[in-house]
Design a protein around this ligand. Sequence first.
Ligand code: PEP
Ligand code: MN
Length: 360
Amino acid sequence: MGRKQEWSLLPDNQPLIIAGPCSAESENQVIETAKRLKEDHRVNVYRAGVWKPRTRPGSFEGHGSIALEWLKSVKSEVGLPVTIEVANVKHVYESLKAGIDILWIGARTTANPFAVQEIADALKGVDVPVMVKNPVNPDVALWMGAIERLQKSGISNIGAIHRGVSQFKESTYRNKPEWQMAIRLRENMPDIPLINDPSHITGNRELVYSIAQTALDLNFDGLMIETHPDPDNAWSDAAQQVTPQQLKLILDRLIIRKEVAPEEVAKNIDELRESINYIDDQILELLKYRMNVSEDIALFKQANNLTIFQEDRWNELLRKNKVKGSELGMKATFISKIYHAIHQESIDRQSKIINNEIKV
Ligand code: PEP
Ligand code: MN
C-alpha cells in the first residue's frame, strides 16, 4: 500500500475505499446513500453511475446530466469526493463542468483505443485524477495502453481498477478475476495505485468479502464496492450490491496486511527466502538438464525420421506426473500448466534441431 506516486487521495497505510451505488437512480437515493456512507469514516470516495454502459439495450442507461447535480450536492452537502464513469468527450466536459473529483474509464471503453484516445485528448491540460478499469478481455497491454494514453496527455494521478474479465461459460463469478492480469500491471507499472472491484468480479454480494480480502492479500491499494440502500430493488447490478451496513461489516472483517515485515522478525523471512532461492536454483539446473536430454532425443528423432510430437508418450507423461504431483499434495491443474509449458519449450527446441535451424 502507498504507491510511490503522490496520489493525494490515497490514505496512509489504509486501503482507499470507494463506495456508492452502481447507478444514480434519484436525488434522494444518491444523497441518502452518501450520508450513510459518510458515517463510516473508512469510506473515502463516493461512486455512482450517471451514464451506464449496458451490455444489451433496453435496461436502465442512467439519468445522464441531471444526475450530475445530485453528485454536486454529495460534494457540497455531504462532503465526500465523487467519482463517475466517462465514456466519451461529452461525458468528460460535463463532468469537469460539474466539478467531479475523479473520473473513471469503464471496462468496455478501455477495450477501445479510439475512445480512450478521444478522452485523453479532451483531458489535455486538465489534471483531474482518472481511474482506468481493465478491459473486458484479458489483455493487459490494452489496459496499460489506456493508462499510457492518459499519461501522454499529462494526467499525473492515474489509478487502475481490476474488475475481472468476461467469460463465455457460466461460473461462480460474473467476471473471471484473472489475478495474473493485475499482477502483470503491477510488475510493469509499479507506481500506479491498484484498486479492486469485487462487486463486478463476483456479481454476487455474498462473495464480495472474500474477493476483497484476496485483493488486500495481494497488496492492492484500494477497493471499489457497490453500495445501495435497497440492493434487491436496484435499477442495475442488483445481485452484487451491498447495503451501507453490510459494507461496514465487510470492512470490519477485512484484514489489512503489511507489505514489509517488521525489523525484529525480518530475519525469519529472510532465511526462508534464502531456502526458496536455493531451491529455485536447483529447479533451473534440473530444467536445463532436462532440456539437454530433450535435445539428444531430437537428434535421435532426426536420425530415425520420427515425428516430434508423440501423443501416447505425452499423455502418459502428463498422467504420471499429475498422479505423482497429487501424491505430493499439488493440484493436477498446477502440474498440467507446468508440464504444458515445459513440453511446449521442448517441442520448439526439437523442431529447430530437427530442421537444422540450430546445432547442438
Ligand atoms: C460500473 O462500475 O458500474 C461498471 C459499469 O463497471 P464495468 O465498467 O467494470 O463493467
Ligand atoms: Mn455496476
